[in-house]
Design a binder for this molecule. Structure first.
Ligand code: NAP
Length: 259
């Protein structure tokens, strides 16, 4: 799929966890369509390496700040500082997340709390920090959270992430309702497994689940990072102006409820 080359000219986007995996695909797509993009995550070396790669591969200048989404004050400062540098913020893409496989009966309280803290609390902190800027977005601010199909059917072995992502989906619905008066749209994308990512490598391939996972996908293949990036563009550009509180499933027709 291709969009007009300047479809996002003059727009400003912030992508959490934008240095790696799906986030990096989203950054490349936003930047190549004309948006200014800022990324934020914990590890400065990841951020620096990504900024160099975005410039070398795609000719995109990407701004970055170090920040942990679990810390409301720090992440708020990082987001505000990026938005100020970029002359405002039109799009917030909540992509940062943590996850690991663990049977629920062995999951420690700390393991549960850590994932809920990054995924659910982190998304809440970023949305609150972004709101003053999104309110000013001329064509209406957009929040797009990256969820997962695992939130819709339960996620045995990753209950912390499944519950956190289900919470994010409900958060997006509530924000769409509360912040519609500010012109802010809040939606979420639920990807199925996306090849070449940390998520698929650690949670599926290393667990020996690749064949079983592929059998459950109607289109018979894992998705690509660009499939998610294209969905983000659809929701952020003018094409998404009347969509709020909605889920966009991008999973090749997966049948995850068939266990
Ligand atoms: P990834 O490469 O591990 O990306 C996660 C990003 O989040 C990293 O860049 C990481 O950067 C950042 N991050 C983690 N903890 C953070 C924190 N406390 N504060 C700030 N940033 C933090 O994973 P991915 O597989 O591309 O996944 C990206 C998103 O897609 C996630 O929301 C995931 O749940 C979702 N998803 C992925 C798949 C898949 O197949 N991969 C499927 C469904 C949904 P630092 O380490 O620098 O902090």
């Amino acid at each position: 799929m291709s969009f007009a080359a300047d479809i996002l000219a003059g727009k400003s986007a912030i992508v959490t966890g934008g240095a790696t995996g799906i986030g990096a695909f989203i950054v490349r797509k936003l930047g190549s369509l004309g948006a200014q993009v800022g990324i934020v995550s914990r590890k400065e070396e990841n951020l620096q390496r990504a900024v160099v790669a975005f410039k070398a591969d795609d000719g995109i200048e990407v701004n970055y700040r170090v920040g942990d989404v679990r810390d409301p004050e720090l992440i708020s400062r990082a987001i505000a500082s990026l938005a100020e540098q970029q002359g405002g913020m039109d799009y917030l893409i909540c992509n940062a997340a943590g996850n690991f496989i663990c049977p629920t009966e062995q999951l420690s309280a700390n393991g549960w709390k850590t994932v809920i803290d990054i995924d659910l609390n982190g998304t809440f902190h970023c949305c609150q920090a972004a709101l003053p800027f999104l309110k000013q977005a001329k064509a209406g601010g957009r929040i797009v959270s990256i969820s997962t199909t695992g939130a819709n059917f339960g996620w045995p072995g990753a209950v912390h992430a499944g519950a956190a992502k289900a919470g994010i989906q409900n958060l997006m619905q509530s924000l769409s309702s509360e912040w519609g008066k500010y012109g802010v749209r809040a939606n979420w994308i639920s990807p199925g497994p996306i090849k070449g990512t940390e998520g698929v490598d650690r949670l599926i391939i290393q667990q020996g689940l690749a064949e079983r996972s592929l059998e459950r996908i109607a289109l018979g293949t894992f998705g690509e990072g660009d499939d998610i990036a294209n969905a983000v563009i659809f929701l952020c550009a003018d094409t998404g102006k009347y969509i709020s509180g909605a889920e966009l499933v991008v999973d090749g027709g997966s049948q995850w409820h068939r266990r």
